[in-house]
Design a protein around this ligand. Structure first.
Ligand code: GLC
Length: 567
């Protein structure tokens, strides 16, 4: 393997996330698949994105929609074959689009061969691929400690065959791998190499900050602090060997390819984020942090009132803290988050399009690599759930099963899920106003949001004012010689951090500056040009209202957003 000088291509990319089950059904079984993605390659090209992050498409019994992998080297039957995958990858590459695969290696499926072997006996060669412990209490029938799974309930499952417990930080069917075992790390290195050799350009590393756990000797395992779905977090998030293990993976495999990684980094602080991404440390290239999507949420599930000042403070912290030192992923939406419309904009009423465009501007002009989640480019919205029966995600159904007999709490379930459910973003993509949103010709695995009749790709392509056409313009700015270098390299300065309605910042590079102004409210808001800004030959770069107004002092209209090049 040759040593590569990295081109850092991801710093110029806009990434589009595909959740394959919900993107497009290509073989008429009601489930999205790889042939469906192949049908839409030209759509992706026209959108202007330059990389795709594909959520897991490996063999899986689908306890967690593919995030439970039973064979890392093959494709899930419902999604197609390895040949389909090769055709899709070649099609992406022909169109200048890179492919980032999901790398889910904190855990496997319990149907993976390694686990099937591991559970057979205590001296099985695969035993130490997973984390097994004796139970507490007289007969060892109490879990080794009080740690909880991120899906609720204990993080341990008793296994009758060897009368021990295995750890699962997510579902019971997702046993955690033991990264302290060098054989496990070697397996991961080999499978990463396998996909890189097949032409993959990068990896989104699932829950990667959880791979190194505090050593857990029997009987002395510490109990964690109270938090219903995250007891024990402090013992396994950013654990003792995390940086060592990531560096090893980078050194042994990733650094030999022109590849990139983006780590899903729950609970990451700026300090820790810098360790993960600083180029000279050679661990990950970029991370997804979470504190902005927690600006309206407590403990990841309990909604609280959204406060723009908090959101801005998070962005400013990361923009300033990472500048010149690391690189971040910019996102509002993904398959674990509700849609951003309504969430960060309040009730948008008849200003859906303006609000969706404004959110896009607020994010895409920051430094980092922007991610667009399927349907976000149409301004797709959250669904109004009336019953748990309309939900598919096991996080929702597990929570319901835990609280359904508690009278006062059960009443909160629907309001909370309408704000928080992961199902919102997992409903089928809206391709047209045809039956089932043009996603499938037969009853799909998940009914689409009925508003597909108005919000869909076919309509959006025809409407010059659509969110989709706006996204195309915004994405194109990352290649526009007038501004691309400023967006990529510019110093970030925020104005009016205490303002509850407006997000105003500038990016400045070698004497050239762009000013970004976003009204997050469904009402007119007064805006005054910051005194520090000289505004002589300002040139409009992009705006979500067709008629731009003189800038010195003005009233911004609902969700108005614009970017000016001011020097
Ligand atoms: C990540 C994935 C999520 C999954 C979890 C367990 O957070 O994004 O969808 O449920 O990991 O694999």
């Amino acid at each position: 393997m040759e040593n590569f000088v990295k081109t850092r291509w991801y710093k110029d990319s806009v990434v589009y996330q595909i959740y394959p089950r919900s993107f497009k059904d290509g073989n008429g079984d009601g489930i999205g698949d790889i042939r469906g993605i192949i049908e839409k390659l030209d759509y992706l090209k026209e959108l202007g994105i330059t990389a795709v992050w594909l959520s897991p498409c490996y063999k899986s019994p689908n306890a967690d929609n593919g995030y439970d992998i039973s064979d890392y080297r093959d494709i899930m039957d419902e999604f197609g074959t390895l040949d389909d995958w090769k055709e899709m990858t070649a099609g992406l590459h022909e169109r200048g689009i890179k492919l980032i695969m999901d790398l889910v290696v904190n855990h496997t499926s319990d149907e993976h061969y390694w686990f099937q072997e591991s559970r057979k006996s205590k001296d099985n060669p695969y035993r130490d691929y997973y984390i097994w412990r004796k139970g507490r209490g007289k007969n060892g029938k109490k879990p080794p400690n009080n740690w909880t799974s991120r899906f609720g309930g204990p993080a341990w499952k008793y296994d009758e065959t060897t009368k021990e417990w295995y750890m699962h930080l997510w579902a019971e069917k997702q046993p955690d791998l033991n990264w302290d075992n060098p054989k496990v790390r070697k397996e991961v290195q080999d499978l990463v190499k396998y996909w890189l050799d097949l032409g993959v350009d990068g990896f989104r590393c699932d829950v990667i900050t959880y791979i190194s756990k505090t050593v857990l000797p029997d009987g002395t395992i510490p109990d964690g602090k109270f938090n219903p779905i995250a007891v024990g977090d402090e013992y396994f998030c950013h654990g003792p060997h995390i940086h060592e293990y990531l560096h090893e993976l980078n050194e042994k495999v990733l650094s030999h390819y022109d590849s990139m990684t983006v780590g899903e980094a729950a609970n990451v602080t700026l300090e820790e984020g810098l360790k993960y991404t600083a180029e000279d440390r050679e661990e990950l290239d970029t991370i997804f942090f979470f504190d902005h999507v927690e600006s309206d949420m407590m403990m990841q599930v309990i909604p609280k009132k959204f406060d723009l000042r908090k959101l801005k403070a998070v962005f400013t912290k990361w923009q300033k803290g990472m500048f010149g030192k690391g690189w971040i992923a910019l996102y509002y939406e993904n398959h674990d988050q509700p849609r951003s419309l309504g969430r960060f904009t309040g009730k948008y009423g008849d200003h859906r399009k303006e609000a969706a465009k404004m959110l896009a501007v607020s994010l895409h002009m920051q430094q980092g690599t922007p991610y667009v989640y399927q349907g976000q480019e149409l301004g797709m919205t959250n669904f109004k759930f009336k019953s748990v029966n309309e939900m598919r995600d096991q996080l929702a159904t597990n929570i319901w099963n835990m609280i359904k007999y508690i009278p006062l709490v059960r009443r909160l379930f629907i309001p909370i899920m309408n704000r928080r459910s992961r199902d919102h973003g997992r409903m089928p993509m809206h391709w047209s106003a045809d039956k089932y949103a043009g996603f499938s010709e037969v009853t799909p695995w998940y009914e689409p949001n009925p508003n597909y009749v108005d919000i869909n790709v076919e309509e959006s392509e025809k409407d010059p004012d659509s969110v989709l056409n706006f996204y195309k313009k915004l994405i194109a700015l990352r290649k526009d010689p007038e501004v691309a270098h400023i967006i990529k390299n510019g110093v970030y300065t925020e104005y009016y951090p205490k303002n509850k309605d407006l997000y105003v910042y500038e990016r400045s590079y070698k004497g050239e500056t762009i000013l970004i102004v976003c009204n997050f409210k469904h009402k007119n808001v007064e805006f005054k040009l910051p005194k520090e800004i000289a505004f002589n030959d300002a040139k409009l770069v992009i705006s979500n209202y067709n008629d731009s107004l003189p800038l010195s002092s003005m009233t911004l209209r609902p969700y108005e957003a614009f970017v000016y090049k001011i020097s």
